[in-house]
Design a protein around this ligand. Structure first.
Ligand code: ZN
Length: 242
């Protein structure tokens, strides 16, 4: 069976504002601790947990305080993507905490440096985003970093080719698919986003290829609508999904 790669963000005890980026948009992707534990427990007990990959974007403090301890309780490892400009800032992990996760066997990857919309910033800045982030992480960890994920799924051919030019080899996208593809010498892995209201039912549906195809087509349509609406898209999305 193909691996199902899950894309999480933060997990919170009391309030979504404890960890990661703040605001209505980011809050849509933050899970309560009880919901997260339920999902991890379900996968461990009722699924072949080796078929699932747990990835986490942004670098919020909850990666260290909540998420890693829960994963470890179930003998699982996480893939943690860090927006390196936020290291040490309020609500985000410190360099020492990132190093500790690496030493505990979790995978640390880049999530760009400043978490901007990489597909629409000036071309020379795209390389810098990938390059700076890689350098920051490598100086913390003391080893090569070749894994990355794209902020908010703003992917383009150029964004990928610049990541490859920087020396990344594994890129995690926001396309809901189990298919691994290859572009610009990068292995591209699709991911299934876990939003705040995600349930065990949603998770179990991912077993069915028809559901995965539906999610893939829906994501393509959303991307199209997003392009049409431009700056209004986020406002409308936040209002609908609140
Ligand atoms: Zn992000």
């Amino acid at each position: 069976m193909k691996k199902i790669i899950l894309m999480f963000h933060d997990v919170y005890h009391e309030s979504p504002s404890e960890s990661g980026y703040l605001g209505t948009g980011p809050d849509l992707y933050k899970l309560s601790e009880s919901n997260f534990v339920n999902l991890v427990h379900y996968i461990s007990e009722f699924k072949n947990k080796n078929n699932f990959v747990f990835t986490f974007d942004d670098g919020g403090i909850s990666f260290y305080t909540i998420i890693a301890p829960i994963l470890e309780r179930y003998n699982l490892k996480g893939v943690f993507f860090i927006a390196t400009d936020m290291i040490g800032k309020a609500g985000f992990m410190s360099a020492e905490q990132i190093l500790d996760l690496d030493r505990r066997g979790h995978i640390i990857g880049s999530h760009s440096h400043t978490h901007r919309r990489l597909s629409s910033i000036p071309p020379d800045e795209v390389y810098n985003e990938w390059h700076t982030s890689k350098n920051v992480l490598e100086s913390i960890l003391g080893h090569n970093v070749t894994v990355a994920s794209i902020p908010n799924g703003y992917q383009s051919d150029f964004v990928l080719s610049e990541a490859s030019r920087c020396g990344y080899t594994e890129m995690y996208t926001s396309a809901p698919t189990c298919r691994v593809s290859r572009k610009h010498s990068l292995n591209l892995y699709g991911r299934f986003v876990m939003m705040k209201s995600v349930s065990i039912m949603d998770l179990s549906r991912l077993d069915f290829s028809i559901i995965r195809s539906y999610l893939f087509i829906r994501a393509k349509m959303l991307l199209f609508i997003q392009k049409l609406l431009g700056q209004y898209y986020k406002k409308i999305r936040n209002a609908i999904l609140k």
